[in-house]
Design a protein around this ligand. Structure first.
Ligand code: HEC
Ligand code: HEC
Length: 232
């Protein structure tokens, strides 16, 4: 039964506003955690962009990502609205350099300066995120919630909430992405890409998403992606 529409309020999940260092200790990901801290200082060097200058460049982007950055023409394309600026700026730079290897996105960024990319990131970060409905059976939801909040210790899967937040809003300062409200098809594709080693854009964070996704089965990925799409 995949027809049930659900919305989640994760307030009951408890306050997980711990520092990355504490989170790393808790997750026993010593090396990964240390790499995350290094990654953060590199990420912190990013300059802030200009929202209006970003908006002026966004017309071409809206043909795929939607006028509001949250109504993509294809359900497998990501929402950008409300994503944090640090994360967006990093992804745009990695698409441009090919470090995040997606030819379709690389082609959109030819000739753009670092400032252009920062401006685009600032613009999309300034737009309001759009909430979505979660889909999935009761059993799927229960499975996903268990993994999101607690991970899977025996498979070395860390709890998603420790980095992406109890309600999936991410961590803007650390540049950890918002995952809530994201298209389920996009999230599933990314988790598979990390797991198969095809997405390596987490290198600066010590490969933490490749590590996390390694232990996830296809079924767990689908359940998590459906669940996250309606988390708020
Ligand atoms: C032809 C369609 C198309 C156009 C035009 C386009 N994009 Fe994309 N964009 C995509 C697709 C598809 C993806 C997902 C790539 C993947 O599979 O990882 C994506 C991914 C992204 C991401 C990564 C989001 C995340 O959560 O990691 C960002 C940021 C982005 N696009 C920004 C832009 C900007 C800014 C522009 C305009 C300069 C733009 N896109 C133009 C199709 C497009
Ligand atoms: C130790 C911290 C950490 C944990 C735990 C973690 N993530 Fe992540 N996640 C990240 C970081 C950092 C990124 C961005 C990496 C990059 O730039 O590719 C990310 C990226 C993602 C993305 C890609 C977002 C996008 O817009 O493309 C998804 C989806 C995701 N994580 C889901 C999950 C799920 C589901 C779990 C739990 C099974 C999880 N994460 C656990 C830190 C974490």
């Amino acid at each position: 039964m995949r027809s049930k529409q659900r919305r989640f309020n994760a307030k009951g999940l408890g306050k997980t506003k711990m520092s990355v260092r504490k989170a790393a200790a808790k997750l026993r990901i010593g090396m990964l955690g240390a790499a995350a801290l290094l990654g953060m200082s590199a990420v912190q060097a990013l300059a802030a962009g200009d929202v209006q200058a970003g908006k002026a460049q966004s017309i071409v982007c809206s043909s795929c990502h939607g006028q509001d950055g949250a109504s993509a023409i294809d359900p497998s394309y990501p929402q950008l609205a409300g994503q944090n600026e640090r994360y967006l700026a990093r992804q745009l730079k990695m698409f441009q350099s090919g470090e995040r290897d997606v030819a379709l996105m690389t082609a959109q960024l030819i000739g753009k300066s670092k400032q252009d990319l920062d401006d685009l990131a600032a613009y999309y970060a300034s737009l309001p995120a759009k909430a979505a409905e979660a889909i999935g059976s009761d059993a799927e939801i229960a499975l996903a919630q268990r993994i999101y909040k607690g991970g899977i210790a025996e498979k070395g899967v860390a709890a998603c909430s420790s980095c992406h937040g109890p309600n999936g809003a991410g961590n803007a300062q650390a540049g950890f992405p918002r995952v809530s409200g994201q298209s389920s098809a996009y999230t599933a594709a990314q988790l598979i890409a990390y797991r198969e080693g095809n997405r390596k854009s987490d290198e600066v964070f010590g490969g933490m998403m490749r590590g996390v996704s390694k232990g996830l089965s296809d079924r767990e990925i689908v359940a998590l992606s459906d669940y996250i799409s309606g988390l708020n």
